[in-house]
Design a protein around this ligand. Structure first.
Ligand code: PHE
Ligand code: NA
Length: 455
């Protein structure tokens, strides 16, 4: 134990459980909630998709979130090293480390397109503040968005700024960089979203939106939709990407992993549903298509900002908060691979930041060009951006998650897990343990089989 304490002291720990909660929530709440959730819900037919997604959060997301944080805290290393250490502790093959390693790689790949979308939000700050949207309708708003996508230069500049900000914060280490930016963001974002829901409820088609979001129509649900709902449960809770493991590795002993995980999942879900309730009344109210794709919020919300009193300011503030929410997620996406480089290969933090920043920048160009220069190069009907998103979110994350639950439930010793997770209530531990060993892996496998047409 003393070795472990010394090592963790050198790596740095969150200064309190409240800060861990903020950081984990900061990782979870991001573009996934506000940008992605509404547009994929729109593309996949609404209510039934939302229901499956919520089921995935409950059955798969929360149990796995607890397992990832537990592995991180017990392993006290980057995901790769943490799983390897726990495998050794259990007397098992250290090849299981691939569960951690794959997560880090997945997070890295996701970050390469995540920062491009965060760049859209960044570029919308000046666009909104300068009054571009005053009085616009759906067509004009769509033109503004398409104009942004058509310009590689603007996308590169904005993406680079987001990348630079992320790397700067990550470079300052866990405590210095993260904690400060997190304290005011969550409450602020929450209040602003509530206000937008209120505005949309008064001016838009609120009832139609609620019906779309919450009345399931199962005929709209395909096998692919189910896979996308599963993938999004991973994406939105930052699972299968090393993020929650690496954050767990900075968590002081004695914090309740179970309670924190449930609260993080709850906060994340509430933000996503609020975003949906803010956007769909405007979609229907302005005769827009729910299935319009990745531009949905960037086309819809500006219409509202262009109509409401003080809309320029409110809109500017909204995109500022969206960028910060994206940054706190981007930080958690980059931390696993950076911790890996420093701990596995002894690179200084600065070198690790520079190396991964450079690689990410190059990779992000692929996503940038997907919207303009390379828009016609498609694989199975998907651009580079779409393919990367589809592969990482819907396949790599659930795959990494599956390996992690199998490792926790079937490789680690029950007593070790019991000590590490720290659930004192015997019945609650059993419930989680059973779910993790049987329910969670089965659910993931069923979704995969369902998609391949086998069941
Ligand atoms: N959860 C973040 C979001 O919803 C994205 C993310 C994925 C962050 C994986 C970290 C790891 O925007
Ligand atoms: Na999220």
């Amino acid at each position: 134990a003393s070795v472990r304490t010394q090592q963790s002291a050198a790596r740095g720990l969150w200064s309190s459980r409240w800060v861990f909660f903020l950081a984990a929530t900061g990782s979870a709440v991001g573009l996934g909630n506000i940008w992605k959730f509404p547009y994929i819900t729109g593309e996949n037919g609404g209510g039934a998709f939302v229901l499956v997604y919520l089921g995935c959060i409950l059955l798969i997301g929360i149990p796995l979130l607890m397992a990832e944080v537990m592995i991180g805290r017990r392993g006290r290393q980057n995901p790769d090293g943490a799983v390897a250490r726990l495998a050794r502790e259990a007397g098992a093959n250290t090849k299981w480390r691939i569960a951690g390693w794959l997560g880090g790689l997945t997070g890295f790949l996701i970050l390469s397109f995540y920062l491009v979308v965060a760049g859209w939000a960044l570029s919308y700050i000046p666009t909104t503040l300068s009054g571009t949207f005053s009085g616009v309708g759906g067509d004009a708003s769509g033109e503004v968005f398409n104009g942004l996508l058509a310009s590689p230069m603007r996308l590169i500049v904005c993406g680079t700024l987001v990348l630079a900000a992320t790397m700067l914060i990550v470079g300052f280490g866990v405590r210095g960089g993260l904690e400060r930016s997190l304290r005011f963001l969550m409450p602020g974002l929450f209040v602003l979203l509530l206000g937008l829901v209120g505005y949309a409820a008064v001016t838009g088609e609120f009832l139609q939106a609620l019906e779309f979001l919450f009345v399931p129509d199962f005929s709209a649900l395909t096998a692919t939709s189910v896979l996308i709902a599963l993938g999004h449960a991973f994406f939105t809770l930052s699972l299968g990407a090393g993020a929650m493991m690496v954050y767990g590795s900075y968590l002081p002993e004695g914090t309740s992993i179970a309670k924190t995980s449930v609260l993080v999942a709850l906060a994340d879900t509430v933000v996503a549903l609020l975003a949906g309730m803010a956007i769909f009344p405007l979609v229907f109210g302005n005769g827009l298509e729910p299935g319009a794709g990745p531009g949905l919020i960037f086309v819809t919300l500006p219409i509202a900002f262009g109509q409401m009193p003080l809309g320029q300011v409110v809109g500017g503030l909204f995109f500022v908060m969206l960028v910060i929410a994206a940054l706190t997620s981007a930080i958690s996406l980059s931390e696993p691979s950076i911790a890996w480089m420093t701990e596995r290969f002894g690179l200084s933090r600065l070198k690790a930041v520079l190396v991964s920043g450079g690689l990410l920048w190059v990779l992000s160009l692929g996503s940038v060009f997907s919207f303009n220069l390379w828009a016609d190069y498609q694989l199975f009907g998907k651009t580079f951006f779409d393919s990367l998103d589809y592969l990482t979110t819907n396949w790599l994350m659930p795959l990494g998650g599956l390996m992690t639950v199998l490792f926790t439930g079937w490789v680690m010793k029950e007593q070790t897990v019991r000590d590490a997770i720290g659930i004192r209530h015997g019945g609650l531990f059993r419930a989680w343990w059973l779910l993790l060993r049987f329910g969670t892996p089965l659910a993931i496998v069923l979704v995969f089989l369902n998609l391949s047409g086998l069941i």
